[in-house]
Design a protein around this ligand. Structure first.
Ligand code: SF4
Length: 399
């Protein structure tokens, strides 16, 4: 999942306020072919080796090609100068690095930037760059729209349109890395050759574990030394909580972080807020998360969006503390930002602080996340909705 504010950004108004900008974008990336069928960011090294062999090329070329894509950040096959002209021409008919066009970009006053990426089928996704002192995080989407339908979330309003492919997921991270490079930014205090992109979080639009195979493969490519090379501990999957998939993920031998978007500390309230919670009691989720911790050694983080008067009362804090204790989990609190047309409100800073202190008094490591990009349509679904890119095709069926 992403949460409504899952990528550390609160819901935003469709029109950026003062200090933020939003603009259509001229996309400088030249496409190798408008819809070349083979999407390089979706292929692992062995797959590309096999594909090349099947198409009459040497297997060792795969490492060269991926080096251009990931280490050298090539825009197209035309830049791959250690391949012969003939081979580049032959590949260009069938293979592309970039399938999307950047059709819009918003910039928040705090530096958070959000890209609207439009695919050849005219569907669009959002990818966000969240710069911070020591890190540059890409918040990426896993689906177009979201099938979970959380009552407080813009992305859930229209249901899911389709899953993203592995290539489309990895391409978002490539796009954000390119954006960071264009802005000339690096993590502060690091050497010039430090990779610009340091963290990737699956907290954009969609429920990542409902698109399991594509997301796990994308995480492997993002983590691979021949891929984006992002350390597993700098990759986070955020889920609304699908126990079967959490247990499966625990067995993938990927040491990535798991964040559980709880949002309510008891089943009745959770079912009210999150339709998919109907089939999943919190106790079952806790068991699955404990299993994940036991298998991977990675602690699970609880994400909790504070909705004024709904889930932010002292009794909610007490129950949430009990769950966090059982999981030995840290808690990230986020203050909701109102979404036009939805009946939920943002709690005051004082109320959020009180909630946080109640958790801390019970020994829970709790933090209230700073809103990032709140003025850049940064909440999941906001930019896509504000540009009218979405189509409606509700699909709220649980996986
Ligand atoms: S509807 Fe989907 S994108 Fe929105 S908060 Fe729920 S899981 Fe996240």
């Amino acid at each position: 999942m992403s949460s409504v504010n899952g990528h550390a950004s609160d819901a935003a108004e469709a029109t950026p306020p003062r200090g933020a900008t939003s603009s259509p974008v001229h996309d400088p990336v030249s496409h190798d072919a408008a819809v070349a069928p083979v999407h390089l960011p979706g292929l692992g090294l062995p797959e590309l080796q096999q594909w090349l062999e099947d198409h009459g090329h040497e297997r060792y070329r795969a490492a060269q090609i991926l080096d251009w894509v990931y280490a050298k950040d090539a825009e197209s096959l035309a830049h791959m100068t250690n391949l012969s002209k003939g081979m580049r021409a032959s590949l260009a008919e069938r293979v592309a690095i970039y399938h999307s066009q950047v059709t819009r970009q918003t910039v928040a006053a705090d530096g958070t930037r959000k890209l609207l990426l439009t695919w050849p089928d005219d569907h669009a996704v959002e990818a966000v760059w969240i710069p911070a002192q020591e890190r540059n995080t890409a918040c990426i989407s896993s689906q177009i729209g979201c099938p979970v339908g959380c009552r407080f979330c813009a992305s859930g309003l229209d249901g899911m349109l389709r899953n993203l492919t592995t290539g489309e997921i990895v391409e978002q991270a490539l796009r954000i890395r390119r954006l960071i490079a264009e802005q000339g930014d690096r993590p502060r205090g690091k050497q010039p050759d430090t990779p610009h992109l340091t963290n990737v979080v699956f907290m954009g639009v969609g429920e990542p574990l409902a698109n399991y195979a594509a997301v796990v493969k994308a995480a492997r490519i993002i983590n691979a030394p021949w891929g984006l090379g992002i350390g597993a501990r700098r990759i986070t999957i955020s889920t609304i909580g699908l126990p079967k998939q959490i247990r499966r993920l625990a067995g993938e031998e990927l040491q990535i972080n798991l964040a559980l978007s709880l949002h309510a500390p008891d089943d009745d309230l959770r079912r009210e807020l999150i339709p998919w919670a109907e089939a999943v009691p919190i106790a079952e989720l806790i068991d699955a998360c404990r299993y994940y911790f036991e298998q991977t050694g990675r602690e699970v983080t609880l994400e909790y969006v504070l909705l004024a008067g709904v889930n932010d009362r002292p009794r909610h804090a007490a129950r949430l503390a009990t769950i966090a204790q059982r999981l030995r989990a840290n808690v990230n609190l986020l203050r909701y930002n109102a979404v036009p047309g939805l009946p939920y409100e943002r709690p005051s800073a004082a109320s959020a602080h009180d909630f946080q202190e109640r958790l801390r008094q019970r020994g829970i490591n709790a933090h209230t996340r700073t809103s990032r990009g709140a003025d850049a349509n940064a909440a999941c679904g906001q930019l896509r909705r504000s540009t009218g890119s979405e189509r409606s095709a509700p699909d709220h069926s649980p996986v």
